[in-house]
Ligand binder design. Structure first.
Ligand code: SF4
Length: 380
């Protein structure tokens, strides 16, 4: 036990030596990002929400448009979810947008419109986890609060020569301890940003630029020459296969769009009507039953248009897409879905939607800008 404590104190002493050179390097090399020019906690919070799972250069125009439309907590709290989704379209992970609105409402009703200024207070808000709380508290409120994201994990494991799987809870807990020890002192917000900046620009997943690194003298992986092999990650389990059908249902010049329930993989997003089918189901046979149950329409003439594939984090979707016509004079009756609209195909993708819907619409020649999401690559 004593040895473990000694080694952890030793690590903390070692890591604290990077503080000064890292901050000096950050002062001279930091990227000029628009949210770094702001001291408004609200603007910083929005940037942190957008940066999760999304590249910096992708986020910049989204952040600028979002701040223009919703310049403060009050305007976000009062906005319609659809307006927020529209500005979010292309960023993916729409739960972030829903949580932002929910949290903004709480800030207005319970905190007089001011963001809580401690990590603890921030974590009470929906969608704010340990990372975001640490980021906002340190950057916006100058609190000595740590943060850990993918970049910081990479930097720490290399600096300290951690050669265990970084998915292990004990390893992550240990890294939070290290981050807490490192952030203590002047300029905690800059220190956290410097760590992430180092991971995004020099200590990159492949081919880290060690000769240019300000903390190479303190780096175990640099000494041993195995930075490329760290951090050690557990192999991801294969996403589970999932089959579904979707229908392009025409009425005159318009097609039917439906909004998904608030729970589930595509909560609150618009899509072509359809649903999941079993691994051995005949897609066309099931289509009629699914549409009757979900939207109350009897379909005739279902023509197979093709199939698309989409990989979510844990699911591998194969979606079979049909062009259909509904019997005349029928009305849409929704079962679990939230809402429906008849829209022109060219405007369908202006509604908040997910990747599979975008791909399905491409089968009909309807396109829009590709998704901005780049899962697993953050803050680069
Ligand atoms: Fe990363 Fe190389 Fe710097 Fe070590 S020396 S922290 S591996 S960039």
């Amino acid at each position: 036990m004593k040895r473990a404590t000694d080694s952890s104190s030793q690590r903390i002493r070692e890591i604290r030596k990077i503080r000064a050179p890292l901050l000096r390097w950050y002062d001279a090399n930091r990227r000029d990002l628009p949210w770094r020019r702001s001291s408004d906690p609200y603007a910083i919070w929005i940037s942190e929400a957008m940066l999760q799972q999304t590249r910096v250069d992708t986020v910049i125009p989204y952040w600028e448009r979002f701040l223009e439309a919703f310049p403060d907590v009050e305007s976000l709290a009062q906005a319609e979810l659809d307006e927020i989704y529209t500005l979010w379209t292309g960023l993916g992970y729409y739960s972030r947008a829903r949580n932002l609105k929910h949290a903004a409402e709480t800030i207005v009703t319970e905190h007089a419109g001011q963001l809580p200024n401690t990590a603890e207070g921030l974590r009470e808000l929906k969608g704010i986890g340990r990372y975001t709380a640490g980021a906002v508290a340190s950057i916006a409120f100058d609190r000595e609060e740590p943060l850990i994201d993918g970049n910081v994990i990479r930097v720490f494991t290399r600096l300290l020569g951690i050669r265990e799987e970084t998915t292990a809870k004990t390893v992550i807990d240990g890294l939070w301890v290290i981050a807490s020890a490192l952030v203590r002192g002047p300029r905690p917000g800059d220190l956290n940003q410097a760590l992430m900046e180092l991971g995004a620009t020099l200590c990159t997943p492949r081919n880290p630029d060690c000769p240019a690194c300000p903390v190479r003298r303190h780096c175990d992986a640099n000494r041993r020459g195995d930075a490329d092999r760290l951090p050690i990650k557990k192999k991801r389990s294969k996403p589970k296969p999932m089959r579904a059908v979707a229908a392009w249902i025409e009425r005159g010049a318009k097609i039917l769009a439906v909004r998904c329930p608030e729970e589930g993989l595509m909560a609150g997003l618009w899509e072509l009507p359809g649903g999941e089918i079993g691994p051995k189901d005949e897609a066309k046979d099931r289509l009629g039953e699914i549409l009757r149950a979900a939207i109350g329409l009897e379909i005739h003439h279902a023509e197979s248009i093709g199939r698309i594939e989409h990989v979510f984090t844990h699911r591998h979707l194969v979606l079979e897409v049909f062009r259909c016509r509904a019997e005349k004079g029928q009305r849409v009756r929704l079962d679990r879905l939230q809402a429906h609209r008849w829209v022109r195909p060219s405007t369908f993708l202006e509604l908040a939607h997910a990747g599979p819907t975008r791909k399905a619409m491409m089968l009909f020649g309807v396109t829009r800008e590709p998704s901005a999401r780049t899962a697993g690559r953050t803050r680069t």
